[in-house]
Design a protein around this ligand. Structure first.
Ligand SMILES: *Cc1c(COP(=O)(O)O)cnc(C)c1O
Length: 350
């Protein structure tokens, strides 16, 4: 979802952006009007997230999935080794992609595959490779609905996190990370934009043979304009950040609202005789809440009746089954309240 206020503003500016006589979609990315938009978006992201000056903000394309390859290409340049925590499909893909490049150098230090990724495994620094070029986690596991309750202590090894499904949902201490990356389409704007926040000292020459477009250095040296950036997606992201700062009041406020929203569903699930959350309590996500009835036919009936009542996209990922409520930033409190009411009524009727 996108905030309705953002869509309304984009609609109002569609035909004539600030008197320029054109839509942002039609602008040259080399124009002064557009430069102000991309600079404004980067400045707002820095302000809203509290990103230190020692970090670069890059606006790229190719989705979080392309970062699974770009991270090892650019960061695995000393020992050629990297550690991974396997907490779900996306973490697994990041690990597999790095393995193509690094072979045995890519190593899984922990996994929660034994119980369908329903928890975040305990981590012990003793088991980490102190010579690794980076340590990779997926901070919020979209499909399974888990979130790291605490960050692993990786010492001097840069911590790299896929934050596609939790960026901007609550404050993040950026200084704890070497790099953060996110496909924008869950919490920042439309698909087509990928945001990378990377410590400047980690931007250097990539591995030999790395294509120009896959080098962070290329994009950092060219202000994310080595080639045409995803102009319209960046513009919408800027509007979303303005909404977050001015309407919501920043990330502390966003977190409080997200905790209220998630709390409504978790409290209901914990007290329900029919529905059950699938995630261990200490690992629960604020953004993605999977649940089941324990009966596949009843799950299917619920998804069907929910869709007919206007609650769409509630079917769980095929690897978990059941249902999943994704309640990203733009989902209003009332949306969550209505879902809980609908679940309560379904429970009574079934
Ligand atoms: C959605 C998602 C992805 C995939 O993002 P793309 O931009 O489609 O490549 C990767 N990681 C996480 C955590 C996601 O939620």
């Amino acid at each position: 979802m996108l905030p309705e206020a953002v869509l309304a503003r984009a609609a109002a500016e569609m035909l004539d952006y600030e008197g320029s006589g054109q839509s942002v979609m039609e602008m040259s990315h080399r124009s002064g009007s557009y430069q102000a938009i991309i600079d404004g978006c980067a400045a707002l992201l820095r302000e809203v997230m509290g990103i230190p000056d020692s970090y670069e903000v890059l606006f790229l394309q190719g989705g979080a999935s392309t970062q699974f390859a770009m991270v090892p290409l650019n960061l695995a340049v000393k020992s050629g080794a990297a550690d991974f925590v396997i907490t779900g499909q996306w973490a697994k893909k990041a690990y597999a992609e790095a393995g193509k490049l690094l072979g045995e150098g890519a190593r899984a230090v922990a996994s929660s595959a034994d119980r369908t990724f329903s928890y975040i495994p305990a981590l012990n620094r003793e088991g980490f490779n102190p010579d690794a070029d980076y340590f990779h986690i997926c901070l919020n596991n979209t499909i399974y609905g888990t979130k790291f309750p605490i960050l692993p202590d990786t010492g001097s090894v840069p911590l790299v996190a896929d934050v596609s499904s939790c960026i901007l949902s609550e404050p993040i201490d950026v200084s704890r990370f070497g790099m953060l990356y996110a496909g924008a389409q869950k919490n920042m704007g439309p698909a087509g934009l990928t945001v990378v926040i990377i410590r400047k000292d980690l931007i250097g020459d990539p591995r030999l043979g790395t294509p120009t477009m896959l080098s962070y250095k290329t994009h950092a040296e060219n202000g994310s304009m080595y080639n045409t950036p995803p102009c319209y997606a960046i513009y919408i992201c800027k509007l979303v950040l303005e909404w977050l700062r001015d309407e919501i009041g920043g990330l502390e406020k966003m977190k409080a609202l997200n905790e209220r929203k998630a709390g409504i569903l978790y409290n209901f699930l914990d007290s329900s005789a029919l529905f059950k959350g699938t995630v261990e309590k200490g690992s629960r996500s604020l953004m993605n809440i999977p649940f089941v009835t324990g009966n596949e036919e009843l799950d299917a009936k619920f998804v069907k009746e929910a869709a007919a009542a206007g609650f769409i996209n509630l079917k769980g990922h095929r690897s978990v089954g059941g249902m999943r409520a994704s309640i990203y930033n733009a989902m209003p409190l009332e949306g969550v309240e209505k879902l809980a009411d609908f679940m309560r009524a379904f429970e009574t009727a079934n």
